[in-house]
Ligand binder design. Structure first.
Ligand code: URA
Length: 428
Protein backbone atom coordinates (compact mmCIF):
# COMPACT_ATOMS: atom_id res chain seq x y z
CA UNK A 1 0.00 0.00 0.00
CA UNK A 2 1.30 3.45 -0.91
CA UNK A 3 2.31 5.62 2.06
CA UNK A 4 0.20 8.75 2.70
CA UNK A 5 3.17 11.13 2.84
CA UNK A 6 6.76 11.40 1.75
CA UNK A 7 8.89 11.77 4.87
CA UNK A 8 11.26 14.17 3.10
CA UNK A 9 8.33 16.61 2.67
CA UNK A 10 7.34 16.23 6.33
CA UNK A 11 10.90 16.99 7.51
CA UNK A 12 11.00 20.01 5.15
CA UNK A 13 7.81 21.50 6.68
CA UNK A 14 9.40 21.57 10.12
CA UNK A 15 12.87 22.47 8.88
CA UNK A 16 11.36 25.62 7.31
CA UNK A 17 9.49 26.53 10.50
CA UNK A 18 6.03 25.31 9.43
CA UNK A 19 3.33 23.52 11.41
CA UNK A 20 2.92 19.76 11.06
CA UNK A 21 -0.68 18.68 10.41
CA UNK A 22 -2.37 16.06 12.64
CA UNK A 23 -2.27 13.63 9.69
CA UNK A 24 1.45 14.19 9.08
CA UNK A 25 2.23 13.62 12.77
CA UNK A 26 0.19 10.46 13.16
CA UNK A 27 1.61 9.08 9.91
CA UNK A 28 5.28 9.84 10.66
CA UNK A 29 5.17 8.28 14.15
CA UNK A 30 3.36 5.21 12.86
CA UNK A 31 5.65 4.87 9.84
CA UNK A 32 8.73 5.16 12.07
CA UNK A 33 7.37 2.48 14.42
CA UNK A 34 6.75 0.23 11.38
CA UNK A 35 10.29 0.85 10.12
CA UNK A 36 9.16 2.65 6.93
CA UNK A 37 10.72 5.91 8.10
CA UNK A 38 14.42 5.39 8.84
CA UNK A 39 16.42 6.40 11.92
CA UNK A 40 18.30 9.08 9.96
CA UNK A 41 14.99 10.60 8.81
CA UNK A 42 13.44 10.62 12.30
CA UNK A 43 16.72 12.06 13.66
CA UNK A 44 16.50 14.89 11.12
CA UNK A 45 12.87 15.55 12.06
CA UNK A 46 13.73 15.56 15.79
CA UNK A 47 16.51 18.06 15.16
CA UNK A 48 14.12 20.26 13.14
CA UNK A 49 11.66 20.10 16.07
CA UNK A 50 14.49 20.83 18.51
CA UNK A 51 15.36 24.00 16.58
CA UNK A 52 11.89 25.14 15.44
CA UNK A 53 9.72 23.88 18.32
CA UNK A 54 6.12 22.67 18.17
CA UNK A 55 2.91 24.51 19.09
CA UNK A 56 0.45 23.18 21.63
CA UNK A 57 -1.70 21.41 19.03
CA UNK A 58 1.30 19.69 17.48
CA UNK A 59 2.53 18.55 20.93
CA UNK A 60 -0.91 17.08 21.72
CA UNK A 61 -0.98 15.25 18.36
CA UNK A 62 2.62 14.03 18.76
CA UNK A 63 1.80 12.68 22.24
CA UNK A 64 -1.39 10.98 21.02
CA UNK A 65 0.43 9.39 18.09
CA UNK A 66 2.97 7.87 20.49
CA UNK A 67 0.17 6.58 22.74
CA UNK A 68 -1.53 5.06 19.66
CA UNK A 69 1.70 3.25 18.72
CA UNK A 70 1.10 0.68 21.50
CA UNK A 71 -1.27 -0.68 24.10
CA UNK A 72 -2.96 1.30 26.85
CA UNK A 73 -3.68 0.05 30.35
CA UNK A 74 -6.70 0.70 32.49
CA UNK A 75 -7.11 0.54 36.25
CA UNK A 76 -10.85 1.20 36.07
CA UNK A 77 -11.66 -2.31 37.38
CA UNK A 78 -9.90 -1.61 40.71
CA UNK A 79 -12.05 -0.79 43.71
CA UNK A 80 -9.84 2.24 44.57
CA UNK A 81 -8.69 5.41 42.86
CA UNK A 82 -5.21 5.45 41.29
CA UNK A 83 -2.56 8.10 41.48
CA UNK A 84 1.01 8.24 40.26
CA UNK A 85 4.10 10.42 40.49
CA UNK A 86 6.72 11.04 37.85
CA UNK A 87 10.05 12.75 38.43
CA UNK A 88 11.99 14.19 35.51
CA UNK A 89 15.06 12.66 37.16
CA UNK A 90 17.60 13.81 39.69
CA UNK A 91 20.57 12.81 41.81
CA UNK A 92 19.78 10.99 45.06
CA UNK A 93 16.10 11.08 44.06
CA UNK A 94 14.80 8.06 45.95
CA UNK A 95 11.41 9.65 46.68
CA UNK A 96 9.39 6.99 44.82
CA UNK A 97 10.50 4.40 47.40
CA UNK A 98 8.90 5.91 50.52
CA UNK A 99 6.17 7.74 48.56
CA UNK A 100 4.32 4.77 47.01
CA UNK A 101 3.85 2.92 50.32
CA UNK A 102 2.97 6.16 52.15
CA UNK A 103 0.20 7.06 49.69
CA UNK A 104 -1.09 3.50 49.41
CA UNK A 105 -1.45 3.34 53.21
CA UNK A 106 -4.49 5.63 52.66
CA UNK A 107 -6.28 3.06 50.48
CA UNK A 108 -5.22 4.60 47.16
CA UNK A 109 -3.59 2.49 44.41
CA UNK A 110 -0.16 3.66 43.26
CA UNK A 111 0.98 1.91 40.07
CA UNK A 112 4.49 3.16 39.38
CA UNK A 113 5.72 1.85 36.06
CA UNK A 114 9.35 2.84 36.03
CA UNK A 115 12.48 2.64 33.98
CA UNK A 116 16.13 1.97 34.65
CA UNK A 117 18.73 4.65 35.15
CA UNK A 118 20.64 6.03 32.19
CA UNK A 119 23.50 8.46 32.62
CA UNK A 120 23.94 10.35 35.88
CA UNK A 121 20.38 9.94 37.25
CA UNK A 122 19.59 6.66 38.97
CA UNK A 123 16.66 4.40 38.10
CA UNK A 124 14.07 3.31 40.65
CA UNK A 125 14.17 -0.30 39.45
CA UNK A 126 17.95 -0.45 39.88
CA UNK A 127 17.55 0.79 43.44
CA UNK A 128 14.88 -1.75 44.39
CA UNK A 129 16.83 -4.59 42.76
CA UNK A 130 19.45 -4.18 45.50
CA UNK A 131 16.88 -5.75 47.88
CA UNK A 132 17.49 -9.52 47.95
CA UNK A 133 14.84 -11.37 45.89
CA UNK A 134 12.96 -8.30 44.58
CA UNK A 135 11.67 -8.65 40.98
CA UNK A 136 10.84 -5.75 38.65
CA UNK A 137 8.90 -7.78 36.08
CA UNK A 138 5.27 -8.19 37.10
CA UNK A 139 2.69 -9.62 34.65
CA UNK A 140 -0.41 -7.43 34.23
CA UNK A 141 -2.86 -9.71 36.09
CA UNK A 142 -0.49 -9.96 39.08
CA UNK A 143 0.01 -6.17 38.99
CA UNK A 144 -3.75 -5.64 39.30
CA UNK A 145 -3.94 -8.12 42.17
CA UNK A 146 -1.10 -6.42 44.09
CA UNK A 147 -2.71 -3.01 43.58
CA UNK A 148 -5.99 -4.33 44.93
CA UNK A 149 -4.34 -6.13 47.90
CA UNK A 150 -1.42 -3.97 49.00
CA UNK A 151 -1.91 -0.84 46.91
CA UNK A 152 1.56 0.02 45.66
CA UNK A 153 3.64 -1.49 42.87
CA UNK A 154 6.89 -0.38 41.32
CA UNK A 155 7.38 -2.43 38.16
CA UNK A 156 9.17 -2.35 34.82
CA UNK A 157 7.01 -0.63 32.22
CA UNK A 158 6.06 -3.26 29.63
CA UNK A 159 7.49 -2.98 26.11
CA UNK A 160 3.96 -2.47 24.79
CA UNK A 161 3.43 1.03 26.27
CA UNK A 162 4.25 3.80 23.75
CA UNK A 163 6.82 1.76 21.75
CA UNK A 164 7.32 4.73 19.39
CA UNK A 165 8.65 6.72 22.35
CA UNK A 166 11.16 3.98 23.22
CA UNK A 167 12.55 4.07 19.67
CA UNK A 168 12.54 7.87 19.45
CA UNK A 169 14.03 8.35 22.93
CA UNK A 170 16.95 6.00 22.10
CA UNK A 171 17.54 8.02 18.92
CA UNK A 172 17.35 11.37 20.74
CA UNK A 173 19.87 10.10 23.25
CA UNK A 174 22.52 9.66 20.53
CA UNK A 175 21.65 12.74 18.42
CA UNK A 176 21.69 15.45 21.11
CA UNK A 177 17.95 16.08 20.94
CA UNK A 178 16.91 15.06 24.46
CA UNK A 179 16.69 18.46 26.15
CA UNK A 180 13.82 19.87 24.10
CA UNK A 181 10.60 20.78 25.92
CA UNK A 182 8.05 19.52 23.33
CA UNK A 183 9.95 16.23 22.96
CA UNK A 184 10.46 15.66 26.73
CA UNK A 185 6.85 16.56 27.53
CA UNK A 186 5.36 14.30 24.86
CA UNK A 187 7.76 11.46 25.75
CA UNK A 188 6.92 11.47 29.46
CA UNK A 189 3.20 12.12 29.08
CA UNK A 190 2.63 9.54 26.32
CA UNK A 191 3.84 6.84 28.74
CA UNK A 192 1.90 8.21 31.71
CA UNK A 193 -1.36 8.61 29.75
CA UNK A 194 -0.96 5.11 28.18
CA UNK A 195 -0.41 3.71 31.68
CA UNK A 196 -3.98 4.70 32.58
CA UNK A 197 -3.56 6.43 35.95
CA UNK A 198 -6.46 8.72 36.84
CA UNK A 199 -4.26 11.35 38.48
CA UNK A 200 -0.62 12.32 38.32
CA UNK A 201 1.78 14.56 40.22
CA UNK A 202 4.90 15.60 38.31
CA UNK A 203 8.13 16.42 40.11
CA UNK A 204 9.94 18.67 37.66
CA UNK A 205 13.55 19.05 38.76
CA UNK A 206 15.43 22.32 38.34
CA UNK A 207 19.19 22.82 38.65
CA UNK A 208 22.56 21.41 37.66
CA UNK A 209 21.51 17.77 38.19
CA UNK A 210 18.31 18.12 36.11
CA UNK A 211 17.43 18.42 32.41
CA UNK A 212 16.12 21.90 33.10
CA UNK A 213 18.85 24.15 34.48
CA UNK A 214 16.69 27.22 35.10
CA UNK A 215 13.33 27.87 36.67
CA UNK A 216 11.66 29.47 33.64
CA UNK A 217 12.49 26.52 31.38
CA UNK A 218 11.26 24.13 34.07
CA UNK A 219 8.00 26.11 34.40
CA UNK A 220 7.41 25.84 30.67
CA UNK A 221 8.06 22.09 30.74
CA UNK A 222 5.73 21.69 33.73
CA UNK A 223 2.97 23.79 32.10
CA UNK A 224 3.23 21.76 28.87
CA UNK A 225 3.01 18.43 30.72
CA UNK A 226 0.20 19.52 33.05
CA UNK A 227 -1.86 20.71 30.04
CA UNK A 228 -1.20 17.48 28.15
CA UNK A 229 -2.32 15.40 31.15
CA UNK A 230 -5.44 17.41 31.92
CA UNK A 231 -6.48 17.51 28.24
CA UNK A 232 -6.20 13.70 28.17
CA UNK A 233 -8.42 13.33 31.27
CA UNK A 234 -5.56 12.66 33.75
CA UNK A 235 -5.89 15.05 36.70
CA UNK A 236 -2.35 16.46 36.67
CA UNK A 237 -0.29 18.87 38.81
CA UNK A 238 3.41 19.67 38.98
CA UNK A 239 5.85 20.73 41.65
CA UNK A 240 9.10 22.38 40.60
CA UNK A 241 11.82 21.20 42.97
CA UNK A 242 15.47 21.97 43.56
CA UNK A 243 18.12 19.72 42.02
CA UNK A 244 21.19 21.93 42.42
CA UNK A 245 22.48 19.62 45.15
CA UNK A 246 21.65 15.92 45.73
CA UNK A 247 18.50 14.99 47.60
CA UNK A 248 19.21 13.52 51.02
CA UNK A 249 22.50 12.06 52.18
CA UNK A 250 22.96 9.10 49.83
CA UNK A 251 23.38 8.49 46.09
CA UNK A 252 23.48 4.94 44.69
CA UNK A 253 21.21 1.94 44.67
CA UNK A 254 21.46 0.09 48.02
CA UNK A 255 22.52 3.29 49.81
CA UNK A 256 19.32 5.01 48.66
CA UNK A 257 17.18 2.05 49.75
CA UNK A 258 18.76 2.30 53.21
CA UNK A 259 17.88 6.01 53.44
CA UNK A 260 14.33 5.39 52.18
CA UNK A 261 13.82 2.81 54.93
CA UNK A 262 14.99 5.43 57.46
CA UNK A 263 12.30 7.80 56.15
CA UNK A 264 9.69 5.02 56.39
CA UNK A 265 10.81 4.46 59.99
CA UNK A 266 9.98 8.09 60.82
CA UNK A 267 13.52 9.50 60.46
CA UNK A 268 15.71 10.35 57.47
CA UNK A 269 17.02 13.64 56.06
CA UNK A 270 14.69 16.66 56.26
CA UNK A 271 14.70 17.40 52.50
CA UNK A 272 13.69 13.84 51.59
CA UNK A 273 10.93 13.85 54.22
CA UNK A 274 9.63 17.28 53.11
CA UNK A 275 9.44 16.36 49.43
CA UNK A 276 7.95 12.92 50.13
CA UNK A 277 5.23 14.48 52.31
CA UNK A 278 4.43 17.31 49.86
CA UNK A 279 4.16 14.94 46.91
CA UNK A 280 2.07 12.52 49.00
CA UNK A 281 -0.39 15.27 50.01
CA UNK A 282 -0.79 16.33 46.39
CA UNK A 283 -1.32 12.77 45.16
CA UNK A 284 -3.85 12.08 47.90
CA UNK A 285 -5.78 15.29 47.18
CA UNK A 286 -6.03 14.40 43.49
CA UNK A 287 -7.28 10.95 44.55
CA UNK A 288 -9.95 12.54 46.78
CA UNK A 289 -8.25 12.12 50.20
CA UNK A 290 -8.04 15.55 51.86
CA UNK A 291 -6.21 16.74 55.02
CA UNK A 292 -4.10 13.57 55.36
CA UNK A 293 -1.52 13.78 58.15
CA UNK A 294 1.20 12.09 56.12
CA UNK A 295 4.00 12.98 58.58
CA UNK A 296 2.12 10.96 61.20
CA UNK A 297 1.75 7.99 58.81
CA UNK A 298 5.55 7.94 58.49
CA UNK A 299 6.02 8.14 62.27
CA UNK A 300 3.44 5.58 63.38
CA UNK A 301 4.60 2.72 61.11
CA UNK A 302 1.64 2.65 58.68
CA UNK A 303 3.85 3.57 55.72
CA UNK A 304 6.48 1.03 56.82
CA UNK A 305 3.85 -1.73 56.92
CA UNK A 306 2.85 -0.85 53.32
CA UNK A 307 6.51 -0.85 52.25
CA UNK A 308 7.05 -4.36 53.63
CA UNK A 309 3.91 -5.61 51.88
CA UNK A 310 4.99 -3.95 48.62
CA UNK A 311 8.47 -5.49 48.73
CA UNK A 312 7.20 -8.97 49.70
CA UNK A 313 4.54 -8.91 46.95
CA UNK A 314 7.39 -8.71 44.41
CA UNK A 315 9.49 -11.48 45.98
CA UNK A 316 11.77 -9.28 48.06
CA UNK A 317 12.77 -9.67 51.70
CA UNK A 318 12.35 -6.27 53.38
CA UNK A 319 14.19 -7.47 56.48
CA UNK A 320 17.26 -8.86 54.67
CA UNK A 321 20.55 -7.01 55.06
CA UNK A 322 21.37 -4.78 52.09
CA UNK A 323 24.65 -5.41 50.28
CA UNK A 324 27.63 -3.24 51.25
CA UNK A 325 30.56 -2.21 49.01
CA UNK A 326 33.92 -3.80 49.78
CA UNK A 327 35.89 -0.62 48.96
CA UNK A 328 35.45 2.93 50.28
CA UNK A 329 37.30 6.22 49.97
CA UNK A 330 36.73 9.36 52.05
CA UNK A 331 36.69 12.90 50.63
CA UNK A 332 37.63 15.51 53.25
CA UNK A 333 37.31 19.30 53.48
CA UNK A 334 40.37 21.11 52.12
CA UNK A 335 39.82 24.21 54.28
CA UNK A 336 37.91 25.61 57.25
CA UNK A 337 34.72 27.47 56.30
CA UNK A 338 31.20 26.86 55.03
CA UNK A 339 30.23 24.36 52.38
CA UNK A 340 28.87 26.69 49.66
CA UNK A 341 28.42 24.13 46.89
CA UNK A 342 27.89 20.38 46.59
CA UNK A 343 26.94 20.09 42.97
CA UNK A 344 24.27 17.56 41.99
CA UNK A 345 25.64 16.88 38.51
CA UNK A 346 29.24 16.45 39.73
CA UNK A 347 28.16 13.92 42.38
CA UNK A 348 25.67 12.21 40.05
CA UNK A 349 28.38 11.65 37.45
CA UNK A 350 30.78 10.58 40.23
CA UNK A 351 28.34 7.98 41.55
CA UNK A 352 27.72 6.73 38.02
CA UNK A 353 31.48 6.34 37.46
CA UNK A 354 31.76 4.41 40.75
CA UNK A 355 29.44 1.84 39.14
CA UNK A 356 25.96 2.90 40.34
CA UNK A 357 24.68 3.76 36.85
CA UNK A 358 24.99 2.56 33.29
CA UNK A 359 26.24 4.20 30.10
CA UNK A 360 24.38 1.80 27.81
CA UNK A 361 20.91 0.31 28.13
CA UNK A 362 22.07 -3.25 28.92
CA UNK A 363 25.11 -2.50 31.11
CA UNK A 364 25.03 -4.08 34.61
CA UNK A 365 24.94 -1.77 37.65
CA UNK A 366 26.60 -2.28 41.04
CA UNK A 367 24.04 -2.47 43.85
CA UNK A 368 26.52 -1.17 46.40
CA UNK A 369 28.27 1.66 44.52
CA UNK A 370 27.53 5.28 45.36
CA UNK A 371 28.21 8.17 47.70
CA UNK A 372 27.37 8.91 51.33
CA UNK A 373 27.17 12.62 52.15
CA UNK A 374 28.15 14.01 55.56
CA UNK A 375 27.78 17.77 54.97
CA UNK A 376 25.31 19.79 52.91
CA UNK A 377 25.56 23.34 51.52
CA UNK A 378 25.38 25.86 54.37
CA UNK A 379 27.09 23.58 56.90
CA UNK A 380 30.19 24.80 58.75
CA UNK A 381 33.13 22.48 58.04
CA UNK A 382 36.67 22.13 59.38
CA UNK A 383 39.76 21.27 57.36
CA UNK A 384 40.20 17.48 57.26
CA UNK A 385 36.55 16.79 58.16
CA UNK A 386 34.92 13.98 56.21
CA UNK A 387 32.48 15.32 53.59
CA UNK A 388 31.79 12.21 51.53
CA UNK A 389 32.46 8.48 51.50
CA UNK A 390 32.64 6.90 48.05
CA UNK A 391 31.62 3.23 47.73
CA UNK A 392 32.43 0.77 44.95
CA UNK A 393 33.11 -2.86 44.12
CA UNK A 394 35.89 -1.79 41.71
CA UNK A 395 38.47 0.50 43.40
CA UNK A 396 40.12 1.44 40.09
CA UNK A 397 37.03 3.64 39.56
CA UNK A 398 37.84 6.06 42.42
CA UNK A 399 40.16 8.22 40.34
CA UNK A 400 37.66 8.97 37.52
CA UNK A 401 34.88 9.49 40.05
CA UNK A 402 36.99 12.01 41.98
CA UNK A 403 37.72 13.94 38.76
CA UNK A 404 34.00 14.68 38.57
CA UNK A 405 33.29 15.09 42.30
CA UNK A 406 36.12 17.37 43.50
CA UNK A 407 35.33 20.38 41.26
CA UNK A 408 31.71 20.13 42.50
CA UNK A 409 32.69 20.96 46.10
CA UNK A 410 33.25 24.58 47.16
CA UNK A 411 34.10 25.91 50.62
CA UNK A 412 33.79 29.67 51.31
CA UNK A 413 34.37 32.01 54.24
CA UNK A 414 30.76 33.05 54.75
CA UNK A 415 27.62 31.03 55.24
CA UNK A 416 25.05 31.24 52.40
CA UNK A 417 22.43 33.81 53.44
CA UNK A 418 19.33 32.07 52.10
CA UNK A 419 18.06 28.68 53.35
CA UNK A 420 17.76 26.11 50.56
CA UNK A 421 14.16 25.86 49.34
CA UNK A 422 13.20 22.40 48.08
CA UNK A 423 9.86 23.32 46.54
CA UNK A 424 10.36 26.21 44.14
CA UNK A 425 6.96 26.53 42.49
CA UNK A 426 3.70 24.71 41.66
CA UNK A 427 1.77 24.37 38.40
CA UNK A 428 -1.78 23.06 38.24
N1 URA B 1 12.30 11.01 30.44
C1 URA B 1 11.57 10.53 29.43
O1 URA B 1 10.88 9.53 29.58
N2 URA B 1 11.61 11.15 28.26
C2 URA B 1 12.36 12.25 28.03
O2 URA B 1 12.34 12.78 26.94
C3 URA B 1 13.11 12.75 29.09
C4 URA B 1 13.06 12.11 30.30
Amino acid sequence: MAEKFDVVDVIKVKRDGGELSPEEISWVIDAYTRGVVGDEQMAALNMAIFIRGMNRREIVDWTQAMIDSGETMSFASLSKPTTDKHSTGGVGDKITLPLGPLVSSYGVAVPQLSGRGLGHTGGTLDKLESIPGWQADVPNDRLMQILEDSGAVVAAAGAGLAPADKKIYALRDITSTVDCIPLIASSIMSKKIAEGTSSLVLDVKVGSGAFMKDLNQARELARTMVDLGNDAGVNTRALLTDMSTPLGLTIGNALEVRESVEVLAGGGPADVVELTCELARNMLELAGVHDADVEQALKDGRAMDSWKKMIRAQGGDPDAALPVAPHTHDVVAQADGYLTKLDALALGVGSWRLGAGRARKDDPVQATAGIEIFAKPGDKVAKGQKLLTLHTETPDKFERALESIEPGIEIGDTAPTAEREIILDRVS
